[in-house]
Design a protein around this ligand. Structure first.
Ligand code: 13P
Length: 359
């Protein structure tokens, strides 16, 4: 794939009114979410659930790309049509998670490093052949007493940069995801400090590994109070802190920013994205959109409950969240939109307790 094609793909991923739907939960994470709702953790249920998502009518109006998992990219609809064909027919770009998970980092208690570089060049070639045009790698940074350490930040930044370089060589746009977890009782100021250090380190490593910034999408976490912090920053404060932090640490050449939701409630994730675009859209050097998993899928999963009879209702809930986040991408979301949802799903807020992140 040429440099221009990589740039064009990255641009399309953050096109106006569109964002990315992350549906790349590993089998372990997907099963855990199923079991919490009494859904049997079988391959067929995982396939049926992903078919529900991908066949939601009109999904392509709001969604530019979907991130798949290795099992999912090989699956097909009940009638035999491959998921990759369903996705491309809907005008959506197929993407693939290529990391193999966050593992304990030696000599660094409570810290993780993401693995998956071994054999990555050939896996990228296989996924490209299968139709994927972008990839994702998620690094996980935990805030706690005396952590994150420099060792953890540098190991993860290095791996992200090596991954991104391999993706560009193999024709995939890399989504570079350094997630600073919301878990903990830290303040928003501490989250700012850590996020800024992580982003500076990641962009330094991307530079060292000669990654082309116009051909990447950054997927950061928002600058936000820890889940258990007694003082929770409001929407205006989160938007201000996140924009300030990114403006200081993310080069203008980056093609786009697509946030993860990280355990925020559905409506708060939409409100934060809206606030950033509505207040700061005109001064941001990159498009700012969503790449949510939980904050876009959760109501649909809870309404589906593993029962075929609920597919249409679940699809309506998925499309509703996609529409709200698409509006937020353009700075046009308002909480009133939640009340305008179809009767079958209006008022259904989904799980109250935030789900834990992916394994
Ligand atoms: P959440 O939006 O649920 O945080 O997930 C995004 C994602 O893809 C994590 O890697």
């Amino acid at each position: 794939m040429s440099a221009q094609e990589l740039v064009a793909t990255a641009e399309a991923m953050v096109a106006p009114g569109k964002g990315i739907l992350a549906m790349d939960e590993s089998n372990g994470t997907c099963n855990k979410r199923f079991e919490a709702l009494g859904i049997a953790p079988t391959e067929e249920n995982r396939r049926a659930y992903r078919e529900l998502i991908l066949t939601a009518p009109g999904l392509g109006e709001y969604i530019s790309g979907v991130i798949l998992y290795d099992e999912t990219i090989r699956q097909a609809k009940k009638n035999g049509t491959s998921f990759v064909k369903v996705i491309t027919d809907a005008g959506i770009i197929p993407g693939i998670k290529v990391d193999t998970g966050a593992k304990d980092l030696a000599n660094h208690p409570q810290e993780k490093v993401t693995e998956g570089l071994d054999g990555l060049r050939s896996r990228i070639a296989e996924y490209y052949e299968m139709g994927a045009r972008f990839a994702k790698w998620r690094a996980v940074i935990t805030i706690g007493e005396k952590i994150p350490s420099r060792g953890c930040i540098e190991a993860n930044a290095h791996a992200l940069a090596r991954y991104a370089a391999l993706c560009q060589e193999g024709g995939l746009v890399p989504i570079v995801e350094p997630e600073v977890l919301m878990d903990g009782d830290h303040t928003i100021e501490r989250c700012y400090e850590v996020t800024e250090e992580v982003l500076h380190t990641v962009f330094n490593q991307l530079y060292v590994q000669r990654v082309v910034l116009e051909q990447i999408i950054l997927k950061p976490s928002m600058v936000i109070s820890g889940k258990d912090c007694s003082k929770q920053a409001n929407v205006a404060e989160v938007a201000q802190a996140t924009v300030d932090c990114l403006l200081r640490a993310v080069p203008a050449a980056v093609q786009g920013v697509a946030f993860l939701s990280g355990g925020q409630s559905n409506e708060v994730a939409s409100a934060h994205l809206h606030e950033m675009n509505a207040r700061f859209g005109s001064i941001l050097p990159w498009p700012v959109t969503f790449s949510y998993a939980r904050a876009i899928q959760q109501p649909a999963l809870e309404l589906w409950k593993g029962d075929n009879a609920n597919v249409q209702t679940a699809q309506k809930a998925l499309l509703h969240r996609a529409k709200c986040n698409s509006a937020a991408r353009n700075g046009k979301y308002s909480p009133e939109m939640e009340k305008l949802a179809e009767p079958a799903i209006a008022g259904f807020r989904g799980s109250k307790s935030p789900l834990s992140s992916q394994d």
